[in-house]
Design a protein around this ligand. Structure first.
Ligand code: UDP
Ligand code: MG
Length: 344
């Protein structure tokens, strides 16, 4: 590819002076002590590798000094902006909001806790300039995670690979650089149950992985627990696979077919050998087995119906309580269409 992506601003109708070459989107939830160390490492990298940039923090309802720190950062550097949610909406939604508010020709998504080394962005930018529109970091190892976490994650990716509609590149996460085109594609997807990893794979575009070593979290603790992760995994599987819905047809057929065969067998047996009273055990076992299968399939239906319900309510994906850094100082290049825009 010959021309640089940032020169093709006509593609999204923005005046070049309005939009920086690169936007950095950082979801933050109680990360006050990480913000300055992050900026200290990020800024030199950006100065080195791009002509202009902006940093868009999405404060996901933090209750510590995060918001105050963001105000300070904005006061000393206008290129640092923030969108503050009215409450905690979760990282996936914070990323969606960051993409909605980013003006750059390219957008990098990264964590605030320095687990995503800012220096890798230089490689991202290089590949982006070569024409890749979806440059993702792949973690070299998950040594930072507990063995249980690692084995569950491995199982999840295996399941996704088997049953999901798109494959997930192994080790790829949110740390990535997306070209404007890919960002617009993601913005156009108004799903409530957001599983970004699946969405990144689903949009396609010229993609390439960049291996990186995940660092230790700089300050504070991880905001994810097993409950949140289970929810996340279910959202992922259910958004990208209908197999859990369909499989029950086959299991039901198998179970009913077997019980039909058993009914025939017992009829013959009774005709030949007469009535046989014992049988309570087999009866109760089969009743419970069928009951269990039915509850399970109802549960699967419930999971999907719950998601349909969440979609049809068409609630806004998130609510912004405050913008830090005047929106007109760095105007939104693409008219901001909330993901909740009602159908006309
Ligand atoms: N995060 C967020 N909202 C949440 C949880 C996390 O915006 O509800 C942010 C968090 O501030 C951090 C990033 O998402 O910048 C990754 O979170 P964390 O480091 O806790 O996750 P882990 O690295 O353990 O997967
Ligand atoms: Mg982390």
């Amino acid at each position: 590819m010959s021309s640089h992506p940032s020169q093709k601003s006509a593609d999204w109708g923005a005046k070049p002076e309005m939009s920086p070459e690169l936007s950095i989107v950082v979801p933050v939830f109680n990360e006050a002590e990480n913000l300055r160390p992050l900026m200290a490492r990020l800024e030199p990298v950006l100065e080195r590798c791009v002509s202009s940039y902006e940093i868009v923090f999405v404060d996901d309802g933090s209750s510590d000094a995060t918001l105050a720190t963001l105000r300070d950062l904005n006061a000393s550097d206008q290129r640092i902006r923030a969108v503050s949610f009215s409450r905690n909406f979760g990282k996936e939604i914070a990323i969606a909001a960051g993409l909605d508010h980013a003006n750059g020709a390219g957008v990098v998504i990264m964590d605030a806790d320095l687990q995503h080394p800012p220096e890798v962005i230089e490689t991202f930018v290089k590949l982006w300039r070569e024409g890749y529109k979806n440059v993702y970091g792949t973690r070299i190892d998950r040594n930072g995670d507990s063995p249980l976490h690692r084995s569950l994650a491995k199982r999840f990716y295996w399941m996704f690979e088997q049953f999901g509609e798109t494959g997930l590149p192994p080790g790829a996460g949110d740390f990535r650089l997306l070209d404007r085109q890919a960002v617009l594609a993601l913005r156009s997807m108004g799903e409530r149950a957001r599983f970004s990893k699946g969405l990144y794979a689903w949009i396609g575009f010229a993609s390439i992985g960049v291996p990186f070593q995940v660092a230790e979290r700089a300050f504070g603790v991880s905001k994810f627990n097993y409950g949140k992760l289970t929810r996340f995994a279910l959202d992922g599987l259910m958004s990208f696979s209908t197999l859990p819905l369909k499989v029950w047809t086959y299991i039901g057929l198998l179970v009913s077919g077997t019980s039909l065969g058993m009914a025939l067998y017992y009829m013959m047996r009774t005709m030949v050998l007469g009535v046989d009273v014992p049988g309570y055990a087999s009866l109760i076992v089969s009743v419970m087995f069928l009951g269990g299968i039915q509850l399970l399939s109802l549960g699967v239906l419930g999971e999907y119906i719950g998601r349909i319900f969440a979609e049809v309510k068409r609630r806004p994906l998130y609510l912004v309580a405050e913008h830090i850094g005047a929106q007109d100082a760095t105007p939104v290049a693409v008219p901001f269409v909330p993901m909740s825009a009602p159908l006309k």
